[in-house]
Design a protein around this ligand. Structure first.
Ligand SMILES: Nc1ncnc2c1ncn2[C@@H]1O[C@H](COP(=O)(O)OP(=O)(O)OP(=O)(O)O)[C@@H](O)[C@H]1O
Ligand SMILES: [Mg+2]
Length: 344
């Protein structure tokens, strides 16, 4: 597919309310996400931008202090910057509350220690970020935003985040199936127990449940645990469905006209296609215009043009949108929005 003017990107993406902006580190994901968000907001279209990138550059680019809660950047633009530490703390506090509701109280100190250590385990932040991202995705899709834009972390992380809802759904399914089997076995065991008690009335059936008359019954506790898992599964299923719905969601990959981003974007597309996700568009950022008087810059511009031929060939199925290198970093909603405004 051919090159399009950058302003056509906003037109192409107007029908899909949810946008994911992905790509290699430092290629301009945050700039592109913030530019799209600022442009839509400048057109008085209510927009939410959510950053899942732990590097926190969205606030810097929008020149606004952001946090885990919505902050109004302009009357039409709200922004959230998910802080992994805060999210992991909240996530593990929730896990602890859930476990507490069905675990033996004597076990709690050990469980607490285990949870404390788990916070820094590999993948813990990702899992917590994923759940939070899915919550925002599902909530925002039900809300009154015309556009919801996710500024994501570099490619590998984003891909895992996009594929995780499926994996987590399957994992939760496995847990639920196991719990169902156990609860079936338990009910058989309880019936046998009752049967034995009837036959031997003297036998004193002391159970831990009866120690504390206020403790929820074991069956209730299992139900609570199952309901938490069911809710989480439902969340991942909804998020996964939204991600795969091409009328709702568009994935935009950002790259620069360099050899490494070209290779990484190719791999990212393969991985996305394996998960039945397809990018809707590719932004080629930091292009240098050819009318350079300086040798160094002219050489770079020529090199980029050579690579553009490979890019057009490799990504023939995708619309490509060139974005030119600006003299300085683009910051603030006005300058960002202007990047995508049609040239008159
Ligand atoms: N077209 C452009 N013209 C000028 N500067 C740009 C352009 N695009 C990006 N930059 C600058 O390049 C740097 C990296 O851009 P940005 O933060 O958007 O990349 P990113 O892909 O989000 O990075 P990260 O992977 O670290 O999140 C920033 O300083 C940004 O201002
Ligand atoms: Mg970024």
């Amino acid at each position: 597919m051919a090159l399009h003017p950058l302003s056509a990107l906003v037109t192409q993406l107007t029908t899909q309310p949810i946008l994911f902006i992905g790509g290699k580190g430092g290629v301009g994901k945050t700039t592109t996400a913030a530019a799209l968000a600022s442009y839509y907001a400048s057109q008085q279209q209510k927009t939410l931008i959510v950053s899942t990138d732990p590097a926190h550059s969205l606030g810097d680019v929008l020149k606004t202090r952001l946090n885990n809660e919505k902050t109004a950047v302009t009357p039409y633009l709200d922004a959230i910057e998910l802080n992994p530490d805060t999210i992991v703390d909240a996530h593990f506090a929730q896990v602890e509350r859930t476990i507490k509701s069905y675990a033996n109280p004597d076990m709690m100190p050990k469980i607490r220690e285990h949870l404390r250590l788990s916070k820094s385990a590999p993948g813990a932040q990702e899992a917590a970020m994923l759940e939070s991202m899915c919550q925002h995705l599902v909530a925002a899709a039900d809300g009154n935003y015309k556009h919801i834009i996710f500024d994501t972390a570099p490619t590998g992380h984003t891909l895992r985040l996009l594929v995780l809802p499926e994996m987590m759904g399957a994992w939760t399914d496995g847990l639920l199936a196991q719990q169902r089997r156990q609860s079936k076995l338990r009910s058989v065991a309880t019936n046998l127990d009752r049967h034995n008690q009837k036959n031997d009335v003297k036998k004193d059936a002391t159970r831990s449940e009866t120690d504390n008359p206020f403790a929820p019954k074991k069956s209730d506790r299992w139900e609570q645990a199952v309901s938490v898992l069911e809710k989480r599964k439902q969340l991942f299923r909804q998020a996964g469905a939204l991600l795969h719905d091409r009328e709702q969601t568009a994935i935009v990959l950002v790259m620069t006209a360099d050899v490494l981003p070209l290779a990484e974007t190719g791999r990212a597309i393969e991985q996305l296609e394996e998960s039945k996700l397809m990018p809707a568009a590719i932004v080629i950022n930091q292009l240098i215009s050819q009318d350079q008087s300086d040798d160094f810059w002219r050489h770079r511009a020529t090199r980029q043009q050579q690579l553009m031929q490979d890019i057009e060939q490799d990504f023939i199925n995708y619309p490509l949108y060139p974005m030119y290198l600006q003299q300085t970093d683009v910051r603030g909603t006005e300058a960002l929005g202007a990047l995508l405004a049609p040239v008159i």
